[in-house]
Design a protein around this ligand. Structure first.
Ligand code: PEP
Ligand code: MG
Length: 318
């Protein structure tokens, strides 16, 4: 059955009633990207760019970064988008060479875009390297900012990007998006949707921040569940705000790799799911067997559930 799913993996994932879902890969480098392509990924939905920065004593050079992004953009080719998330460290992933002071609450501290805006040269170099990966025959480039919690952060990051973009002649075309993983971004999704091309929902952090539960705390691991009805309502709000403004929404947290959650995610009207590479063939295969109409009914019921247990019971009853 696995072999069967793999054989068809290159085909698009379309439900029985004609809704196409992009199934993309979460990757951390060229090897994963190549494996993703072999597993039928429609693109890279989340490149965790941290791999270039971790486990070393100084920041990666412009050339080194540009070479890495270009290799991935070439491997994907012109039909498969490459969504590059800008550096998402700080908090629990400190980098020695950034010399950031220790924080009492790292997950509420200088992480993700906040750290990059505190060290704008670091972000500028990364954006320049990403822009150098634009080119004919390469993947359409998408730049995604992590941990955005206010419009000001987006606008500041975007201003740095524009400066780098205009310095190149001709200025490369890129799509711009944000991770939706902080509750304030959900509540302001209508405003954000007016200023970006796409959203990708990071359910790992969104669940942590909605439930106020540390995602790494083993004592809470049985309770921190992205299928919590409060998280589902946030996903629905985000999708509605984006679609009303003609923007697409993906989901790149671990929930996208949860086969049991798949009909619900389709029913919540996500346009793209970005999952870990090995599950891509089976996700695509399952999507082809689903009815979008039935999934939407399921999602309506889930949005009315009171507890995670009710949501899980609902999913198992189908
Ligand atoms: C997320 O928060 O859901 C996400 C995809 O990002 P990360 O797991 O890298 O924080
Ligand atoms: Mg995250």
């Amino acid at each position: 059955e696995q072999a069967d799913a793999l054989a068809q993996a290159g085909e698009p994932a379309v439900t029985q009633d004609g809704r196409r879902i992009e199934v993309a890969a979460n990757v951390a480098g060229l090897d994963d990207t190549e494996q993703g392509i072999a597993c039928g990924a429609d693109g890279v939905g989340l490149l965790r760019s941290e791999f270039l920065y971790l486990d070393r004593s100084d920041a990666p050079s412009l050339d080194e970064q540009a070479a890495a992004y270009t290799a991935m953009a070439k491997a994907l080719g012109p039909q498969r988008p490459l969504v590059i998330r800008t550096l998402d460290v700080g908090g629990d992933k400190p980098l020695a060479y950034l010399r950031q002071p220790a924080e009492e609450n790292p997950f509420l501290g200088l992480r993700g875009i906040r750290l990059c805006l505190d060290q704008p040269q670091l972000l500028a170099t990364q954006l320049q390297a990403i822009l150098l990966a634009a080119g004919e025959g390469n993947a359409p480039l998408h730049i995604m900012f992590p941990m955005i919690s206010s419009l000001e952060e987006l606008r500041q990051a975007r201003a740095i990007l524009e400066t780098e973009r205009r310095a190149i002649n001709p200025a490369p075309e890129v799509k711009i998006g944000i991770m939706i993983e902080v509750p304030s971004a959900v509540l302001l999704a209508d405003k954000f949707a007016e200023e970006v091309d796409f959203f990708s929902i990071g359910t790992n952090d969104l669940t942590q921040y909605v439930l106020a539960m540390d995602r790494g705390n083993p004592k809470l691991s049985s309770q921190i569940d992205a299928l919590h009805p409060a998280v589902l309502r946030m996903i629905a709000m985000t999708v509605q705000a984006a679609h009303a403004r003609g923007k697409w929404v993906g989901l790149c947290g671990n929930l996208a790799s949860d086969v049991e959650a798949l009909p619900l995610l389709i029913g919540l009207e996500l346009d793209e799911l970005s999952a870990s590479v090995p599950v891509i063939p089976s996700l695509k295969k399952q999507i082809r067997a689903l009815s979008y109409g039935a999934c939407r009914q399921l999602a309506q019921q889930a949005l009315n559930a009171a507890t995670v247990a009710d949501v899980r019971a609902l999913l198992r009853s189908k």
